[in-house]
Design a protein around this ligand. Structure first.
Ligand SMILES: NC(=O)c1ccc[n+]([C@@H]2O[C@H](COP(=O)([O-])OP(=O)(O)OC[C@H]3O[C@@H](n4cnc5c(N)ncnc54)[C@H](OP(=O)(O)O)[C@@H]3O)[C@@H](O)[C@H]2O)c1
Length: 264
């Protein structure tokens, strides 16, 4: 079977590439940086003797999104799509440049819509168990927080979208599986891109990309809809669901204040 992984040039996407190749999947790795994409393609191709193709695409650009979606729609051996490409920004929404916020929506929302549409249109008629789509969301989906408005909103959308799809597929009796993967702090280049100082985050909250992907694939095998890697984050989300929304908003304002104090 073939897996398409977006954002496969680093972090969680690269870990998906390695672990899926180890499971015997052929791969199409999608990202913008050619050198990094090629290096991972060569590494996993050599190590696991699987077919690996590196595809350059900036998924914030409509023509690139359409090219990748067409490819996904036509792949006869498609087994899995991982919508993983993403990034964060730090700063109050109204003070950031609006283009960065629009790009985030195009990547997290529009790319997920068009690639998932192509993948399910391909997978649904084949009706094969063990096939599906993993959308890499975040624990940030569960609570709004200052300086993270678009990130929270797009990841909350991703969870709602995945849950809606799961409901549709179940209603049609399809074995095709969808998952929203909701990691917490994971060591990757994400923090460099977003401008997050790793030293301000407690050590106990960090996870590795390998662990996150292992949990995701274990959940996929069991057809789990929402996967939250790590007991601390499972507990955090369960607590957030149990307390009133206004307390969550108050808590996230306090947490961001603490972060800013630590930074200054
Ligand atoms: N790390 C965390 O703490 C954390 C926590 C929760 C959720 N997540 C989510 O996990 C996913 C992966 O992030 P990561 O932690 O692995 O960060 P990362 O190491 O920065 O990887 C992000 C990947 O997305 C790709 N990408 C970014 N913009 C793109 C675009 N316009 N078109 C195509 N590809 C693009 C990057 O490749 P190129 O730059 O080569 O294009 C890179 O491969 C994201 O969706 C993120 O929101 C991360």
């Amino acid at each position: 079977m073939l897996a398409v992984v977006t954002g496969a040039s680093s972090g969680i996407g690269a870990a998906f590439a390695r672990k899926l190749a180890a499971r015997g999947y052929g791969l199409i790795l999608v990202a913008r940086r050619e050198d990094r994409r090629r290096a991972i393609a060569e590494e996993v191709g050599d190590l696991y003797r699987v077919r690996v193709e590196a595809m350059r695409a900036d998924l914030t650009i409509e023509t690139d999104r359409n090219t990748v979606a067409d490819r996904i729609r036509r792949e006869p051996d498609l087994g899995l799509l991982v919508n993983n490409a993403g990034f964060g920004t730090l700063g109050y929404f109204f003070e950031t440049d609006v283009e960065s916020q629009e790009r985030m929506h195009r990547l997290h929302v529009l790319a997920t819509v068009s690639l998932t549409h192509a993948a399910i249109a391909n997978l649904f008629p084949r009706g094969k168990a063990g096939t599906g789509v993993i959308n890499v969301s975040s624990v940030a989906a569960f609570a709004p927080s200052p300086q993270n408005v678009s990130y929270h909103a797009t990841k909350a959308w991703m969870n709602a979208f995945t849950e809606g799809l799961a409901t549709e597929l179940a209603g049609r009796g399809s074995p095709v599986t969808v998952q929203a993967l909701c990691p917490g702090f994971t060591l990757s280049e994400f923090q460099d891109v977003a401008g997050i100082d790793r030293a301000t985050i407690p050590a106990s909250l960090w996870m590795t990309a390998d662990f996150v992907v292992e949990e995701s694939l274990r959940g996929f095998d069991r057809r789990k809809l929402i996967v939250i890697p790590g007991w601390r984050y499972k507990l955090l989300v369960a607590t957030m669901k149990a307390i009133p929304d206004r307390l969550i908003r108050w808590g996230s304002i306090a947490a961001v204040r603490k972060y800013r104090q630590k930074k200054s």
